[in-house]
Every structure is written in structure tokens, then in C-alpha cells.
Design a protein. Structure first.
Length: 443
């Protein structure tokens, strides 16, 4: 295009030169706008820690100034700025964007936390194990940048084609101009044969596709070549949380193992859990009242007096003259309560389905509850459609084995890989020995 503009000016065709300049300027504007659009959409798909970090000595510094060994504080709603080790406090941390685990993970002294995780509730003092640039979240952001910087197979082919095509067009234009003794013919061929549109088409299409998939469908394409691999796909790696499941816990089963009715025991449990802020607590309250507004006190639930939390394993309080506790199997061990009979059978049967809790009334096990991240209603149908297209689904999740196996069975997925971090999932897909041909696998 520069040659065409210069040639037009030499021919004193100012308007023609101006028109070529306008076309080039418009092309550059579209390019810059597309890049900015992709950046905005991709940045909105990852949790970015705050620019400020609150240190344990009440100083506030920039995240870039955080050094290994410094102690910082994070509160409810904060994004953890760097990988670290908890030195004090208790909290429920949402790691769903890091590991895919739907249920916020309880953290206390000695626990490891990763940058990019969100504080669901509580307060922590953390010792930084890595600087912000070397932390987990930064590695995720690097992957995001790769999404728009990588070239697809089509772009590489077009680029190689342009390496000889452009000189060939110039050579033909020169020969025609010499043979016909007409410099304008040279300019016509240069403009008509310009490969700019060809070179720019593929990047624009890929960039917009990446942005739409990321923002609208929450799908992060790490490399543009993956878009072209869809036609060859034979194995599809699928995440669990928020993909085949709803991403929110629901009460799946409750069974009374005492003289109390299930409704009475659920009412007792909801009364105690209403004073807690753990995600499972909200789900239990909502399962009874049908509305999370019960946390604000607008419900018929009785008040739980003398409420307290027993570490990470139980909450308890006095409800209508009865001492009620809701906790896991660890709580039963701490209280020397025997898990036997019907309760033991239910615990063994329901453990693969989700998180099993026990309702204890007056120091006796009264009910067994299982909470799980419910599988989407359309999941099994979608998996069936994939199989009809010749695509075999494989579950790749950060959840633990039993929960992953239960979700896979409900969705109709036969093969499961659990306990994976994002980089583990990538490594599994790229490992050629997994399926013999990594080009036929997509996650």
C-alpha cells in the first residue's frame, strides 16, 4: 500500500493516494479496535487481585511491591494477591476459578492459598510464598495473553504464502509496466494484488471468536489453532464445576435415623446454620425456607441460642430446648459419637454423591444429610449429542474422586480424571500417549 501511495503521488494523483491512505487507516483502526475488544473481554473472564495489598502491620502497598516472606491480610470479598501460607485466622475460600472445586475450601493456620482465589467469608493473615508476578494467578494471565498472540495453522499458511506472493505481484507489476510502458498499470496491479485483506481476515475472525467464546460462553481458548482443530476432534475434555453442574450446592438427600421427622430435623439444622456464613449453611437454610433471605431473619425458623462453631467441622446451638449440632464425620470423632447402624450405612452410600453432614440432637445422631453440586438437567442430553457426533467426552476436574465420579455418572460420562489443577489438565491433553494423537483431543 505504501508503494501504491507513493506511486500515486509521483503521478500527481493526489485523490488516489488519499483514498489508499484512508483504506490503510481504516484497516489499522479496525485492527486496534479488535485487539482492544479482545483484551476487554478476556480480562473480564479472570479474577484480578486488587492493586493494593494490606500488610499485617496495617501498611498498604502496591501488589507489585509484595515480597516473599511479607505478611498480608485478606478479608471477605478480597482476591488473594499472591500464593502463600496462612499464619492465622479462619476463612472459606472460593477456589472455583483455580481448581474448579464448587464448594469454598476452609482455610486456617498452615493452609496454602493461591492467588486469584476469592475470600468467601472470614479473615486470614498470610505469609507470601511468591511474589505476585510468580504466583498462580499470573500464570493464568499469561495463558490469557497467549490466547490472542498465538497463530493458527491458517495464519501460518497465509503468512508463508505472502512471503512469495507479494514479491511475485511486484515483479509482475514491474514487467507489465515495462512492456506496456505505462506506470499506471504498475499501480493498478499493486493495489489489486495487495494481500492485506487476505493477511488480516484470519486474525480478525479468530480474535472475535475468542472474545465471544470467553465472554458469552465462559470458554477460554488458549491458542487460536484450537478453533481449527474442532473439525478433527474425537475426544473432549470437560470441566465439572459450572459446566456439567450448576456450580451451587443443593440438598440431595436427608434421612432421619431417630424418632424425629426429617422436616423437624431439617428445621433444626436450618435454625443453627442460619447464623453461619459458610456456603453449605446457606444451602441448608434455603432448602428449608426456599429463600436465602432467611439469613436476614425473615423466616419462621426458631432462634439458635449460644451459637458457636467447632473449628472447620461443625456448628451448633440451642434450638427450642434441644442442643443441635450440624457437622461432618470428624465432628462425630471429636465428640466420641459412634457412627454405626443406619447412619453408617447412609454415610457409606452417600459419600460418593457429595458432602455428608450429620444432624446431632442432644448428643445423639438424628439425621444424615448429603449436599452436592447438582448436575445440570441438560447435561446427559448434551453428552449424548456429543457421542452422536463421534466425540467421546472425558471429565477433567479439580474435584476429589467420589464427587467427580458421581457427577460423571449422572451426566453419562464414563472416563474421569479428578484432582487436577489447570496446568495438570493442559498437560494431560497435550500428552500424546493419552490417546495416541494429541490433535484429536480438546479440553
Amino acid at each position: 500500500m505504501s508503494v501504491a501511495m507513493l506511486g500515486s503521488l509521483l503521478q500527481r494523483e493526489v485523490m488516489d493516494a488519499a483514498m489508499v491512505g484512508v483504506v490503510v487507516a481504516l484497516l489499522d483502526t479496525v485492527t486496534c479496535s479488535t485487539i482492544a475488544y479482545v483484551d476487554r473481554r478476556l480480562k473480564g473472564c479472570i479474577s484480578v487481585p486488587s492493586a493494593n495489598v494490606y500488610l499485617a502491620d496495617d501498611r498498604v502497598i502496591q501488589a507489585s511491591e509484595l515480597k516473599v516472606g511479607m505478611r498480608f491480610q485478606v478479608r471477605k470479598g478480597d482476591a488473594i494477591p499472591a500464593d502463600g501460607t496462612v499464619v492465622s485466622g479462619q476463612a472459606a475460600v472460593d477456589e472455583s476459578r483455580v481448581t474448579g472445586e464448587a464448594r469454598p475450601v476452609d482455610k486456617d493456620k498452615g493452609s496454602k492459598v493461591r492467588s486469584g482465589s476469592l475470600m468467601h467469608s472470614g479473615f486470614l493473615t498470610v505469609t507470601a510464598d511468591a511474589e505476585v508476578d510468580a504466583s498462580f494467578q499470573n500464570r493464568i494471565q499469561d495463558s490469557v495473553q497467549q490466547a490472542k498472540n498465538t497463530m493458527s495453522g491458517t495464519q501460518e499458511i497465509v503468512g508463508r504464502f505472502a512471503e512469495w506472493y507479494t514479491p511475485a505481484v511486484i515483479a509482475i507489476a514491474v514487467i507489465v509496466a515495462i512492456v506496456r510502458d505505462d506506470f499506471k498499470q504498475f499501480l493498478v496491479i499493486i493495489v489489486a494484488g495487495c494481500p492485506c485483506a487476505l493477511l488480516g481476515a484470519a486474525p480478525f475472525v479468530h480474535a472475535v471468536a475468542i472474545a465471544v467464546l470467553a465472554k458469552k460462553h465462559r470458554l477460554l481458548v488458549k491458542e487460536t489453532s484450537a478453533l481449527e482443530s474442532l473439525a478433527r476432534i474425537r475426544w473432549l475434555g470437560i470441566d465439572k464445576t459450572g459446566t456439567i453442574t450448576t456450580g451451587h450446592f443443593e440438598l440431595v438427600h436427608i434421612a432421619s435415623v431417630s424418632s424425629w421427622t426429617e422436616n423437624e430435623l431439617l428445621r433444626f439444622a436450618a435454625s443453627v446454620e442460619r447464623k453461619d456464613r459458610h456456603p453449605l449453611a446457606q444451602s441448608i437454610v434455603q432448602s428449608y425456607t426456599g429463600c436465602a433471605a432467611a439469613f436476614a431473619g425473615n423466616s419462621s425458623l426458631p432462634d439458635a441460642k449460644n451459637f458457636k462453631r467447632e473449628g472447620r467441622c461443625a456448628v451448633m446451638g440451642a434450638v427450642e430446648g434441644h442442643w443441635v449440632a450440624v457437622g461432618n464425620a470428624d465432628y462425630l470423632s471429636l465428640q466420641d459419637l459412634d457412627l454405626d447402624g443406619r447412619a453408617a450405612e447412609l454415610h457409606k452410600e452417600w459419600s460418593p454423591k457429595g458432602s455428608v453432614l450429620f444432624v446431632v440432637v442432644d448428643e445423639e445422631i438424628a439425621a444424615v444429610i448429603v449436599m452436592a453440586d447438582a448436575v445440570r438437567g441438560q447435561a446427559r442430553g448434551t453428552i449424548g449429542k456429543l457421542r452422536s457426533l463421534g466425540i467421546q467426552p472425558v471429565l477433567l476436574t479439580g474435584d476429589k474422586g467420589p464427587a467427580a465420579q458421581a457427577a460423571a455418572a449422572a451426566a453419562g460420562i464414563e472416563e474421569v480424571h479428578s484432582g487436577l489443577l489447570p496446568e495438570d489438565k493442559t498437560a494431560l491433553v497435550l500428552k500424546a500417549s493419552w490417546r495416541g494423537n494429541e490433535k484429536e483431543v480438546l479440553a
